[in-house]
Design a protein around this ligand. Structure first.
Ligand SMILES: NC(=O)c1ccc[n+]([C@@H]2O[C@H](COP(=O)([O-])OP(=O)(O)OC[C@H]3O[C@@H](n4cnc5c(N)ncnc54)[C@H](OP(=O)(O)O)[C@@H]3O)[C@@H](O)[C@H]2O)c1
Length: 262
């Protein structure tokens, strides 16, 4: 299938690792240009290196902390300066701590929401007019299946994800008349640095049986997902081939979510 992404320009927040990195490399493979941003310089440089010499002219990597609202105008301005336009925003940089509800302070909630909720809202607000100016495009929010599976141990992230599922649909109504599609993606457990950290360092690739077993029981398919599997969905949803998918939140979780809405 030709995804018709050749010549498109995408911003991918958190594009240096995990799902964002896989998406960035996928867009480059399809002939698009990408701006990736994250806090750490080393993993940004490593992703640029992984893109290879042939794609060097089509990738820009800048450091930015998405919890800081002031960083956001700089990110979109750099994209337009370097590539002259913006067609696709992938809101992806996010994480939230786990822990017993009574141990979570206001500061913990505000700090984690400043990335996983306000980071997405602020990026969408900055990107929408530029995508409109390009004649239309797509905003994709990489959210999380925790939105649909409330757990006492993950109140901050689960509530932020639920809010982002709502925001995706509300923004879709606003953006449609301007030719901008808005779609949310709810991944289940995906094998990235973040998942390994959340699981206390257990690694399903290790020979240790308890680790392998813990990951096998996470989904009905008996495995966790790979970042490239989510990246493939991101690329499809960003492409004109998905032109009628709008205001939807799509789950990719190996069958984990059993509710009828996910
Ligand atoms: N992996 C899963 O199982 C899973 C499940 C459900 C939802 N998700 C969601 O999918 C998205 C990607 O997750 P992932 O597993 O790929 O994560 P990851 O491997 O930890 O990568 C996160 C990316 O975001 C960047 N980042 C983190 N904090 C940032 C900040 N304050 N400002 C700017 N960039 C920041 C990281 O780089 P730096 O650390 O250098 O900043 C990195 O590039 C997240 O929104 C996550 O909530 C993941």
């Amino acid at each position: 299938m030709n995804l018709e992404l050749d010549g498109k320009v995408a911003i991918i927040t958190g594009g240096s690792k995990g799902i964002g990195r896989a998406a960035a490399l996928g867009f480059l493979n399809e002939g698009a240009s990408v701006l990736i941003c994250a806090r750490g310089r080393d993993s940004l440089d490593e992703t640029v290196a992984a893109a290879g010499h042939a794609a060097r002219e089509r990738i820009e990597a800048i450091t930015a902390d998405l919890t800081d609202g002031n960083a956001i105008p700089r990110i979109v301005a750099r994209c337009v300066e370097r590539f002259g336009r913006l067609d696709i925003l992938v809101n992806n940089a996010g994480s939230a701590r786990t822990g017993p509800f009574l141990d979570l302070s206001d500061e913990a909630w505000l700090s984690d929401w400043s990335l996983k909720f306000f980071g997405y809202v602020r990026m969408a607000r900055a990107a929408l007019p530029l995508i409109q100016q390009s004649g239309g495009g797509v905003i994709l929010n990489v959210i999380g299946a925790a939105a649909l599976n409330p757990r006492a141990s993950y109140t901050i992230g689960g509530a932020a994800n639920a809010a982002l599922n709502h925001f995706t649909k509300a923004l879709a109504e606003e953006a449609a008349p301007h030719g901008v599609r808005v779609v949310g993606i709810n991944p289940g457990p995906i094998l990235t640095e973040r998942l390994l950290k959340m699981r206390g360092g257990l690694d399903p690739r290790s020979a240790a049986q308890p680790a392998a077993e813990a990951f096998r029981t996470m989904t009905p398919l008996g495995r966790v997902g790979q970042p490239e599997e989510v990246a493939d969905l991101i690329l499809f949803l960003a492409s004109p081939r998905a032109a009628f998918i709008h205001g939807a939140n799509i789950t990719i979780d190996g069958g984990l979510t059993r509710g009828l809405m996910g």
